[in-house]
Design a protein around this ligand. Structure first.
Ligand code: FES
Length: 96
């Protein structure tokens, strides 16, 4: 027999569900692509150009205002892979 009390808060079904991790911020608003998707395709495919990123996930395929951010993610990935300096020297010297 109950005491007429409301259920404890952990049994209250009216409570909104606990929010999980917030969605990642949108990087490309034209194509609706979030930053995690862009990071993932760059890393998985070792992409070096914005046009390659656009081909894989459509980011950068509109107004181009997000291209600077995409290039920053590409450079960050190249630095983490250790290939940034090698590519830079190749580009500066023209040697393969
Ligand atoms: S915001 Fe990415 S192409 Fe416009």
């Amino acid at each position: 027999m109950g005491l007429g009390l409301p259920p404890p808060f952990w049994q209250d079904e009216a409570r909104p569900p606990r929010m999980s991790k917030p969605p990642p911020p949108t990087l490309c608003h034209c194509m609706g692509v979030d930053i995690d998707t862009v990071r993932r395709v760059i890393r998985e495919h070792e992409l070096d150009h914005v046009r390659e990123v656009t081909a894989h996930c459509r980011a950068g395929g509109g107004c181009k205002s997000c291209h600077v951010e995409i290039v920053e993610l590409i450079v960050a990935d190249q630095v983490s892979r250790g290939s940034f300096l090698r590519r830079l020297l190749r580009r500066l010297t023209g040697r393969a």
